[in-house]
Design a protein around this ligand. Sequence first.
Ligand SMILES: [Zn+2]
Length: 287
Amino acid sequence: MPELPEVESIKRALEPKIKGKVIRKVAILSSKNFIGDETSVVGRKITNINRFGKVLVIKLVNPLTRKPVNYLNIHFKLSGQMLYSKKVDNAIFANKIPFTKGKKMPANTTRVIISFSDGSGIFFNDLRKFGWIKVSKKPLSPKGVDVLSKNFTSKLLTDITGKTRKPIKVLLMDQDLITGIGNIYANDSLFLARIHPQRPANSLTANEIKKLHSAIISEIKKGVHDKGSSGADEAFILPDGSKGRHQRRFLVYQREGEKCPRCGHVIKRIKHNGRSSFLCQNCQVSA
Ligand SMILES: [Zn+2]
């Protein structure tokens, strides 16, 4: 699932391509993936693209009055992809697009096509169909604090962790508390901070919280710098169809059976709360 660095990378790549463009047409190939009235965005101009947690938010104005009209909010969920082409009617990419049969768009997984007045356009692909594009009057911003915002402080992490015995990893991935962290960055941040993923949140010491806070920021920033992670089982690609690079720098995530980069012990995979956790049982003690 795309996490903060992946959605941020899509945003940064997409912004210079679509900012200032006018929507000519919205073709909905799967009604499950589009919520709202698509005709209300036709003829509107894109003035801004933002990211709130894992949600991409495109601001639309009336091109004549320049007044904000509405927003397109995009959540990639498990397998969403967003591709941009200069020629929406004849889109061919340099690489084979994961989960599709080739390099051409639209593909078998394309759910929504947004065409612009200059002939370019974007394709929203989603194999699993859990992702969505929603039209709204106000931007959909999640409840949780964004990891890259000023409000994500060590004190906030202290407040959140102090209130519950839930496993720390589960807490880090709760988007209503902190938004942007998924399984990749939760595993690697906990490894970096030497904390076992199943530790009760309120058992963390002040020093561990401090280390975890800087580990999260550092891992997320590395992910953004690497233009996201295209791991073994991931659908993530950038809008030009290319892959991110962060999978090359995973610390423990998807490295089951390999040696711990810190101590050389074998990295283990455990299942809890329905998700895989990767850890070094020598470096990350359970308390
Ligand atoms: Zn180790």
